[in-house]
Design a protein around this ligand. Structure first.
Ligand SMILES: [Zn+2]
Ligand SMILES: [Zn+2]
Length: 382
């Protein structure tokens, strides 16, 4: 290990400090400040701030020319109230680091400390702390920012901790690794009426009642392959909380999910057709818009090869038959710019799931993730 026991204690404390102060997507002001301060303390050759919002990146330069290798962590927490009574529980009501992004940041902080003491021989290591992963906007904003050219990678790597995999074990998937998803909102408008004379109005009730199961039935479920599709109705509302008015307005929110972007286009078209025909049948006007759009995330063979060699060299158990995740991840955006890959780092088979209110990143994983990344980096840059 390239870090001392004292380093590991300090990194766990730093992670726990971040855990106490979760910030939501796009509002990671104090988190970015803490990251910048840590990176400065390691003597990074260059620190870029305000990239794609509150993003922060540090570069460590080798003496000889060579490729740029980027590692990504995420800055954001979630609007989930933490229910644990751990000493470092969230100090902010209604918010929690329930996806382990605090731990991903600490893993890159460990790399930063190592790189501060020993630069790569050639090329450049970039540690990127990306904002707004949870709503799917951050990676797109970072890669669209003109400042991204200053840190443009030749390879990009990331990890996500994953409960359900034994603690400290890993999984590495070839090809598509996270599903595409998008939030579809259908807004229906008819005409209010007195509740005693509903026939004089246009109610969205039948349309909404029929649409929710019809959307759900578009999903095939089953194994996560090219034909996989899933629609989850997440929210619906109609009219006003009043007994005297037959309603005019309704909204249905549903998350569409497929393994590939190509399949998503077909699912989106079918879902829109259903919403439009439901509206037409009831004489309603419908508007459809989309939120939290994630493209599928794909691991490139070359980048997977580098990670796999590093995992083997570090003696970290790795499952190569692991299926892609239903959950989405915006790291795939970096694949537009460089061969990219992410691996899953087991948080324990019985650990609370991601986004559960009692989730907490296991500090034990900081050192494992950092060792794998540092080995990947040294293999590429020396
Ligand atoms: Zn996450
Ligand atoms: Zn998450």
């Amino acid at each position: 290990m390239f870090l001392t026991n004292q380093d590991m204690v300090e990194l766990a404390e730093w992670r726990q400090q971040l855990h106490r102060m979760p910030e939501l997507s796009g509002a990671e002001v104090e988190t970015a400040r803490a990251v910048q301060a840590f990176l400065s303390s390691t003597g990074a050759d260059r620190i870029v701030t305000g990239i794609g919002g509150h993003g922060v990146a540090a570069a460590y330069e080798g003496a000889e020319p060579g490729p740029t290798v980027l590692f990504r962590a995420e800055l954001d927490g979630l609007p989930i109230a933490e229910i644990s009574d751990i000493p470092h529980r969230s100090a902010i009501a209604g918010r929690g680091h329930m996806c382990g992004h605090d731990g991903h940041m600490a893993t890159l902080a460990a790399l930063a400390r190592g790189l501060g003491r020993q630069r790569p021989k050639r090329g450049r290591a970039v540690l990127l702390f990306q904002p707004a992963e949870e709503d799917g906007s951050g990676a797109a904003a970072v890669t669209a920012d003109p400042k991204f050219r200053e840190i443009a990678p030749d390879f990009a790597f990331a990890l996500h901790n994953l409960p359900g995999i034994p603690l400290g074990h890993t999984a590495l998937v070839d090809g598509p690794v996270n599903c595409a998803s998008r939030g579809m909102r259908g807004t229906f408008t008819g005409k209010t009426a007195h509740a005693s004379m509903p026939e004089t109005g246009v109610s969205p009730m039948s349309a909404v009642a029929g649409l929710m199961p019809a959307l759900t039935a578009l999903g095939s479920g089953g194994p996560i392959d090219d034909t996989f599709a899933m629609v989850t109705v997440t929210h619906a509302r109609m009219g006003e909380p009043a007994f005297g008015i037959a309603p005019a307005h309704a909204e249905v929110w549903a998350t569409l999910r497929t393994l590939t972007d190509a399949r998503m286009e077909a699912l989106r078209a079918r879902a829109e057709q259903l919403a439009e025909s439901a509206a037409r049948d009831s004489g309603l006007v419908v508007e459809i818009d989309y939120h939290d759009v994630f493209r599928h995330c794909e691991n490139a063979p070359e980048a997977v090869g580098h990670l796999h060699r590093a995992l083997e060299a570090e003696g970290v158990p790795c499952d190569r038959g692991f299926p892609p995740l239903r959950a989405s991840e915006d790291f795939g955006r970096f694949g537009d710019h460089a061969p990219s890959a992410m691996f899953f780092l087991g948080a324990g088979e019985n650990h609370p799931s991601l986004h559960n209110p009692d989730y907490d990143f296991p500090d034990h994983l900081i050192g494992i993730g950092a060792r794998v990344f540092m080995r990947t980096l040294r293999d590429l840059l020396g």
